[in-house]
Design a protein around this ligand. Structure first.
Ligand SMILES: Nc1nc2c(ncn2[C@@H]2O[C@H](COP(=O)(O)OP(=O)(O)O)[C@@H](O)[C@H]2O)c(=O)[nH]1
Ligand SMILES: [Mg+2]
Length: 629
């Protein structure tokens, strides 16, 4: 069953509420004060089911708004979720100030469909009706309503109502379904208690779907609530989907804790933001808006105060548009593509509106005009493109999946599918541009190249040290690029170390000879090792180079340092372990004297060697004795 939300718009007393009643039989003026004064103060609701040409039922949810200029903010709370508008103009008054203001608001919010209704047709003669009709046609020319029929009706006599119904069905049929697969968002427009139920909130579900027993979060408070029951267009239901008037019976929050303007969203998914980058348009009737100006900001059912920071310009003139960062005095949940209205700070009149482009903007930008260009691209691109440009803009850091969800409102799965693109890829939980991956790969190679140049005698760098050079790159991305570079045979791994492909340690002849001498000296010494400095003293190469050779031998674990001044050849220590294993069969007990006898070394060597064996878990010290393990 298709659901479409229809909003009224127009000047006070032009017959909006009477029209909704004539169509649905429901009086949307629900407040006692409204009934007493005969005017609409707050938004009201009604619904109607009509058959569509294909036999399916069409559910129309009506949001009736107040026309009085004092209640435009209530009107704004209602108009946010509508699919089509009934622009109501009374035939006996024609176009009036709130006809214009409401129409401007619909345009600024990008309402795309609607029907213009001339009400009170019974109150004027045919000539007057004709004059008003042509005034209205002029007024609508070149707007989204310009090409649509204007229907004259009388709510009093019922004249024209059939035509209007037919138009409504035709228009509603064209309304595209809202995105029920995206994350659920329900801007709250009413909160009340119902006897026997407890807390109830209502709103137009603008995206996603909500089921009974769902856990949701109330923004911006981030309070958790549970859905106990659902009504859709006034009837009990198991779930509500995008585009439906929805009432939820909630557990976990009292009516005092909830209010209009809050939004119900999935848990732990979004961040409320107090800064948004937007494209802002001023009405031709508005006053010039200066950088730093304060405005009233309305989006869906929420309102707050914002200060406007223009990108790369000092002011915006009437009828112009510009890119700006809005700094909101209360954190609000906004996603790219959300529309908003701004109203002049004082006196309060609607001055413009626009669309959110980025909800996690940088605090400061280096070049404001350049940044405005980037926002222009982001704004123009289709949905996948938005992800695309964001992923590219986040460079080698990439865009985490959770962050991408919070910044677009798409589901994780939608983002994963959108990340299949010639320019961006998904690596584990990160969406990143291929260009960034290439750059990291190239830098990896040049980092190793530089390392080799500075450390000619070292076989390579450890992978962790290399990773440390790319601290801004996610570990999974680093591993991915590393594996790719390895696969591309640009780098190689030997033991613990990474080096450029084909790159051995480059040694000059005299260095190679010195290396042999050092290794030989320790290999022949067994456990009775010489002092390192004595070995080095007899070499042709200078001290610094000799020291590097030792470092290299230590890194390759040919030589092993067991204390500050004792270095052994790896073979001597392996022999020692084997001897210990053989001795254990005879007796596991080992004191210093027995060790000295077995190895023939003096106490000066015996103690550090035994401590080394303890560390290596070959022996264990118990009091003055040791056991071989
Ligand atoms: N003659 C006549 N009066 C109407 C018609 N529609 C509304 N009215 C009257 O106009 C007044 C304002 O109507 P209402 O629906 O409250 O206007 P709203 O402020 O736009 O909601 C009421 O007294 C209605 O009875 C109509 O089609 N014909
Ligand atoms: Mg009314």
């Amino acid at each position: 069953m298709k659901s479409v939300i229809v909003g009224t718009a127009g000047h006070i007393d032009h017959g909006k509420t009477a029209l909704v009643k004539a169509l649905t039989g429901i009086d949307a003026d629900r407040l006692e004060e409204e009934k007493r004064r005969g005017i609409t103060i707050d938004i009201g609701f009604a619904n109607l089911e009509l058959p569509m040409p294909n036999g399916e039922a069409l559910r129309l949810g009506f949001v009736d708004v107040p026309g009085h200029e004092r209640f435009v903010r209530n009107m704004l709370a209602g108009v946010g979720g509508i699919d089509l508008v009934l622009l109501v103009v009374a035939a006996d008054e024609s176009i009036m100030p709130q006809t214009r203001e409401h129409f401007d608001i619909c345009r600024l919010l990008s309402v795309r469909r609607g029907i213009t209704v001339l009400t009170k047709a019974d109150a004027v003669d045919a000539d007057t009706l004709g004059v008003v009709r042509s005034e209205v046609e002029d007024f609508l020319r070149d707007s989204f309503l310009g090409a649509n029929p204007i229907v004259a009706v009388s709510s009093l006599t019922g004249a024209g109502m059939d035509d209007l119904q037919r138009e409504l069905v035709r228009m509603a049929n064209e309304v595209p379904a809202r995105d029920s697969k995206a994350s659920e968002r329900l801007p709250i427009d009413r909160v009340f208690t119902m006897k026997g139920f407890g807390t109830v909130v209502t709103g137009t579900l603008v995206s996603g779907s909500i089921r009974k027993e769902d856990e949701l979060e109330v923004f911006p408070k981030r309070q958790r609530v549970r859905v106990r029951g659902i009504q859709v267009h006034g009837k009990s239901a198991d779930q509500a989907v995008a585009g439906q008037r929805t009432a939820l019976n909630l557990a976990g929050a009292s009516t005092e804790e909830l209010s209009r303007g809050m939004m119900l969203v999935p848990v732990s998914t979004f961040q409320a933001t107090s800064r948004v980058d937007v494209q802002l348009s001023l009405l031709p009737s508005a006053k010039t808006l200066k950088d730093r100006a304060r405005v009233h900001f309305h989006s869906y059912t929420s309102e707050t105060i914002a200060s406007v920071a223009l990108y790369g310009r000092k002011q915006v003139g009437p009828g112009e548009s510009a890119f700006a960062q809005l700094r909101l005095s209360e954190a609000t949940l906004l996603l790219p593509g959300d529309h908003f209205i701004i109203r002049q700070f004082s006196p309060v009149i609607t001055s413009g509106g626009g669309v959110v482009i980025e909800n996690a903007p940088p605090k400061r930008v280096k070049n404001a005009s350049e940044y405005a260009g980037f926002l222009d691209t982001l704004g123009k691109e289709f949905q996948a493109g938005r992800l695309h440009a964001r992923a590219i803009a986040s460079g080698r850091r990439g865009l985490g999946l959770a962050e991408a969800v919070a910044r677009t409102g798409w589901l994780k799965q939608q983002i994963i599918s959108a990340a299949v693109d010639p320019e961006i890829v998904r690596v584990a939980d990160v969406i990143i541009s291929k260009a960034a991956l290439d750059a990291v790969g190239k830098e990896m190679v040049s980092a190793l190249d530089a390392f080799h140049k500075q450390n000619a005698l070292v076989a390579g760098m450890s992978k962790e040290e290399l990773r440390g050079r790319f601290s801004e790159v996610a570990p999974a991305v680093f591993d991915h690029v590393f594996a790719e570079t390895l696969r591309g045979r640009k780098i190689e791994v030997a033991g613990e170390l990474v080096h450029l492909a084909g790159r051995g340690v480059l040694m000059k002849d005299d260095e190679a000879e010195s290396k042999k001498i050092i290794e030989g000296a320790f290999a022949t010494a067994g456990l009775k090792v010489p002092a390192v400095k004595d070995v080095l003293a007899g070499l042709k190469v200078d001290k610094a180079r000799a020291q590097k050779i030792v470092t290299l031998l230590l890194r390759d674990r040919i030589l092993i340092k067991i204390s500050d001044d004792l270095v052994f050849h790896q073979k001597a220590l392996t022999d020692l372990r084997q001897r210990m294993a053989a001795e254990k069969i005879k007796s596991p007990k080992l004191d210093v004297a027995r060790f000295k006898d077995l190895t023939g070394v003096s106490r000066k060597y015996a103690i550090p060697l035994l401590e080394y064996l303890d560390r290596e878990h070959v022996t264990r010290r118990i009091g003055d004795e040791r056991v071989i393990l």
